[in-house]
Design a protein around this ligand. Structure first.
Ligand code: NAD
Length: 475
């Protein structure tokens, strides 16, 4: 199978191709066009040409097309989720039941929202101020390889609904479902040039796209290192940066332990641990630490690792051999740093047949982790849990905040005052209290510190995809 670029509504062959492989088996899934500055320029030109007409269409018409795209995704959930699972190794139970259906919801949601964009008025005795919201123009939408379809639609849906045109660049490790998104967008009747897709590597496609003078806005999801590089290279543009995380999952002695354990397991091991909002630093109060650690490791040992196409699988393969090596290097480092390995480790899970070649790693649990260790500070982005002890509320907050990142956080306590105090004190874009990460499309999603700039979701997506203008009229 060949995957080509989508530029101005046409499938454009690559001058060169690279392979995308199934991380569960190393089987080649497709040859993918390898773009460069030339394809980026053509795609930006197409988006620029399509912009005036698309932006000036009544929002209700744009909404109709966006909703139709949602319908086409909803109709094709089994096919898209299977492709996503084969391309990424994310278990089918998650792609099929949560991530791809949510992609359809993103289009439904922003179809509703774009017809409601209104302004504000600020009357004074002598002047009337009012705001207008304009689309930004050509937007660069850049997605990472973890949950790529959902992430791409989380950007494409608001960008297009609000009247922007776009060039989408997927990760070279997981390009397949975005290619399908391009086909479905045309089938829905979204005009040529409104959504363009250029495949390829970060430095060859992503960088020329971000620095292109006709690109006015950049919505990027990926690592903090790449985010920094883009901000430096692109200069003055509108940025939305959704970056890495090392989120604290804080469990006080008065928490509902059974629920906290379920959520802690889910937040580090679901999506293969390749999750930006993973609760990867599990901070547990001293009085319950030993018991919590024992029960946590017991549950982790029973997590099913294997074929991501099997509905029962919880952990599939890591996205690539390079990423597997990175995750394994941290497992090795954890033991060297003096943490106690309770389960998992460097022995690969034994899987039969083609799966024996997959990038599998066992769910790994480290106890007695010191928050200063690198396994507690660096984003591992795999199924590796670090359990850290704290003494009291102050110590919990200090340890939760002693990290460069600030994406998500989780607080478990039945003491309502304490839960609110700690939620307020943690430096993060999101805090979930007595809850795992539950997404409401209206909530501001994003992080602080090294986890990003700006928020997306609901009216927060205005920041990324609309330009407010103030009009001041003398009376
Ligand atoms: P990455 O930064 O390596 O790549 C992300 C995307 O950027 C890819 O499409 C890549 O090709 C492209 N890219 C690479 N170099 C570029 C450059 N110089 N200019 C422009 N584009 C470039 O990240 P990844 O390994 O694909 O994804 C994992 C990271 O993404 C983790 O750090 C994770 O936390 C983060 N992430 C964050 C969120 C969030 O919402 N905050 C969500 C998912 C993933």
């Amino acid at each position: 199978m060949r995957i080509d670029h989508l530029i101005d509504g046409r499938s454009v062959s690559g001058r060169d191709y690279f392979e995308t492989v199934n991380p569960a088996t190393q089987e080649t899934l497709a040859e993918v066009a390898r773009g460069g500055a030339e394809e980026v320029a053509a795609a930006v030109q197409a988006a620029k040409a399509a912009f005036p007409k698309w932006a000036s269409r009544p929002a209700v018409e744009r909404a109709g097309l966006i909703r139709k795209l949602g319908d086409l995704i909803a109709k094709n959930v089994p096919e898209i989720s299977k492709t996503e699972t084969r391309d990424t190794g994310q278990p089918i139970a998650q792609t099929g039941k949560q991530l791809v259906p949510r992609a359809a919801d993103n289009f439904y949601y922003f179809a509703e929202m774009c017809v409601r964009v209104d302004g504000h008025t600020y009357p004074t005795p002598t002047h009337l101020n009012y705001t207008l919201f304009h689309p930004v123009g050509v937007c660069a939408l850049i997605s990472p390889w973890n949950v790529p379809f959902m992430t791409a639609t989380w950007k494409v849906a608001p960008a297009l609904a609000f009247g922007n045109t776009a060039v989408l660049k997927m990760s070279e490790l997981s390009p397949l479902t975005a290619a399908r998104l391009g086909e479905l967008a045309l089938e829905a009747g979204i005009p040529p040039g409104v959504l363009n897709i250029v495949h390829g590597y970060g430095t060859e496609v992503g960088e020329p796209l971000c620095v292109h003078p006709d690109v006015r806005g950049i919505s990027f999801t990926g690592s903090t290192a790449t985010g920094n590089r883009i901000v430096r290279a692109a200069g003055l543009k509108k940025f939305s940066m959704e970056l890495g995380g090392k989120s604290p999952f804080v469990v006080f002695e008065d928490a509902d332990l059974a629920r906290a354990l379920d959520a802690a397991i889910f937040m580090i091991f679901s999506n293969n641990g390749e999750r930006c909002t993973a609760g990867s630093r599990i901070l547990v109060q001293k009085s319950i630490y030993s018991e919590f650690v024992r029960q946590f490791a017991e549950r982790a040992k029973n997590i099913r690792v294997g074929d991501p196409l099997d509905e029962q699988t919880i952990i599939g393969p890591m996205i690539s051999q390079a990423h597997l090596s990175k995750v394994r290097s941290y497992i090795d480092l954890g033991s060297k740093e003096g943490a106690t390995l309770l389960c998992g480790g460097l022995d690969a899970p034994k899987l039969a047949g083609a799966l024996s070649k997959g990038n599998f790693v066992a769910p790994t649990v480290f106890a007695n982790v010191n928050n200063k260790m690198r396994i507690a500070q660096d984003e591992i982005f795999g199924p590796v849990a670090c359990l850290i002890e704290f003494t009291d509320e102050q110590d919990a907050i200090a340890k939760a905040n002693d990290v460069q990142y600030g994406l998500s956080s989780y607080v478990w306590s039945e003491n309502i005052g304490r839960a609110h105090r700690v939620a307020a004190a943690i430096e993060a874009g999101m805090c979930f209290v007595n809850s795992q990460n539950v997404r409401d499309l209206r909530q501001p999603f994003g992080g602080t510190k090294a986890s990003g700039i700006g928020r997306e979701g609901g009216t927060w997506s205005y920041e990324a995809f609309l330009e407010p203008k103030n009009v001041c009229v003398s009376m």
